[in-house]
Design a binder for this molecule. Structure first.
Ligand code: G3P
Length: 221
């Protein structure tokens, strides 16, 4: 597979509603021009309009392993798929869920034929969630999220330890990394350490020139 840039829009203003759509179009255009693998993770309220307007894959940021029925306010996996999501983040460090729910979500993704990206704060957690057989495990040390020092610079061993731990459980599971990633050098290092891509939010979403940042980041692949 081509290395992947997964852009998480979180709930930043620039990643919400109309602004989210504009940003998604920028990412879509760069992906087309550069033939790069770029994936977006957007809020549930933006899934349908963004996935309907661009060609690159759009993922949910979260879903709940509930079944159709009486679950007011929860996010139904089937609804996420119907809104155009090709995958979902699971257990992002800003939306942790318990292990049973992580496993149930991974299973649900498999049933629905959508991609599962399980986030983990440590190599130990990465190993545990890898046992559920998600498509990807994303290692993100929470203390580096939203900062300007990347995981590949501050804690490179966390990436290599995670790759080793995940492969020891299930060699099919691919590893992404994120937290503070903001330059092509960060991306290059992450790939050298065994990640197949990076998860990035603030450096792109909060930038005045997101196109420039995306171009710089994918030049690290
Ligand atoms: O999901 C990606 C994320 O948590 C990393 O955020 O702002 O450090 O790129 P950021």
């Amino acid at each position: 597979m081509k290395p992947m840039l997964l852009i998480n829009f979180k709930t930043y203003e620039q990643g919400t509603g109309k602004e989210a759509l504009d940003l998604a179009k920028v990412a879509d255009e760069v992906a087309g021009k550069e033939d790069a693998s770029i994936v977006l993770s957007v809020q549930p309220t933006d899934l349908e309009r963004i996935s309907g307007a661009i060609s690159i894959p759009v993922y949910a940021q979260h879903m709940d392993p509930v079944t159709p029925g009486s679950h007011t306010g929860w996010i139904l996996p089937e609804a996420v798929k119907e809104a155009g999501a090709k995958g979902t983040l699971i257990n992002h460090s800003e939306h942790n869920i318990d292990k049973e729910k992580i496993e149930a979500n991974v299973k649900k993704c498999r049933e629905l034929g959508i991609v599962s990206v399980c986030c983990a704060a440590t190599p130990e957690i990465a190993k545990e969630v890898a046992a559920f057989g998600p498509d990807f495990v994303a290692i993100e040390p929470p203390e580096l999220i939203g900062g300007t020092v990347s995981v590949s610079t501050a804690k490179p061993e966390i990436i290599s330890d995670t790759v080793e731990a995940v492969k020891s459980v299930n060699p099919e599971v691919k590893v992404l990394c994120g937290a503070g990633v903001n330059s092509s050098g960060d991306v290059k290092k992450a790939i050298e350490l065994g990640a197949v891509g990076v998860l990035v939010a603030s450096a792109i979403v909060k930038s005045e020139t997101p196109e420039k940042v995306i171009l710089d980041l994918i030049s690290g692949f």
